[in-house]
Design a protein around this ligand. Structure first.
Ligand SMILES: Nc1ncnc2c1ncn2[C@@H]1O[C@H](COP(=O)(O)OP(=O)(O)OP(=O)(O)O)[C@@H](O)[C@H]1O
Length: 242
């Protein structure tokens, strides 16, 4: 195993994964730099979710390596990967997946509370993010009282509250109307930019391309664009690099 270059916060090589025998990733290599917004485009079933799951340590790939700084994510024990996800990564899915019995502020504070940060400190930090994302006045409400776009902003606050190094956003705008989509994406990318947080943003919305620093495209589990020219020339059927 060779550790990734120093300026890459996240680095993957030769990722292959099949779900019950059906291939979802067939040789994907990529790298993301500190503070970079990396768009992962692809149609439904292209392998975006599987890729983000492998990169974030939710799933161990059948083959290939994933490095986060100098940690080989693919070989870490499950408990260590769990701590990595909790302390260093943020996750935003297409449904906000908030806990209905908690207030908006408690939901946003969760990653800090789970890491043992004192209640008051965690809630103050959560409130700051809610203000930054223009939903401060909703802090005491329960998720059910919010609009879908507001709930998705709570999910963004929750993903950013502990200042992770990488946020994985898997189709974060799917349930939203077009106007809300743009706003939520801009909110996420500008908040991440202001804190140097790397974002891996999977979507089938071409608008993502205009907000990302760089875009890679997945088709049937392999990269078809976003490769440097020397790799594109050498790419055979399944291995690509960005
Ligand atoms: N848990 C699973 N069990 C079986 N097959 C799966 C599973 N998860 C994904 N797949 C299959 O793997 C392939 C890649 O799916 P994946 O969800 O990674 O793609 P995606 O680009 O995120 O698509 P979507 O936008 O639909 O989520 C698809 O053919 C999908 O049907």
């Amino acid at each position: 195993m060779v550790a990734p270059p120093d300026n890459d916060v996240l680095w993957a090589r030769g990722l292959r994964h099949a779900h019950q025998g059906s291939p979802a990733l067939t040789g994907v290599s990529l790298a993301a730099r500190e503070g970079e917004i990396l768009g992962v485009l692809g149609q439904r079933g292209a392998g975006k979710t599987t890729l983000l799951n492998c990169l974030s340590g939710r799933l161990v790939p059948d083959e290939g390596e994933v490095w986060f700084n100098s940690s080989p994510v693919h070989t870490l024990p499950a408990a260590v990967r769990g701590r990595l996800r909790r302390d260093r990564f943020g996750w935003i899915g297409s449904g906000p997946q908030l806990l209905p019995e908690l207030t908006v502020r408690e939901n946003a504070a969760l990653p800090l509370l789970l890491s043992g940060v004192p209640h008051r400190t965690a809630k103050n930090a959560a409130q700051e993010w809610l203000e930054r994302l223009d939903i401060g006045p909703l802090a005491r409400k329960r998720p059910a009282a919010l609009l879908q776009a507001e709930r998705q902003r709570v999910a963004i606050a929750r993903a950013l509250v502990n200042l992770p190094q990488v946020v994985f956003a898997d189709e974060p705008t799917v349930p939203l109307h077009r106007a809300d989509r743009t706003h939520v994406l801009r909110t996420l990318t500008s908040a991440a930019r202001s804190h140097g947080i790397t974002v891996v943003l999977a979507s089938n919305d071409p608008e993502v391309a205009s907000l990302a620093d760089r875009v890679i495209t997945l088709v049937d589990g392999r990269l078809v664009s976003g490769m440097p020219s020397q790799d594109r020339e050498g790419a055979s059927s399944c291995s690509a690099s960005v």
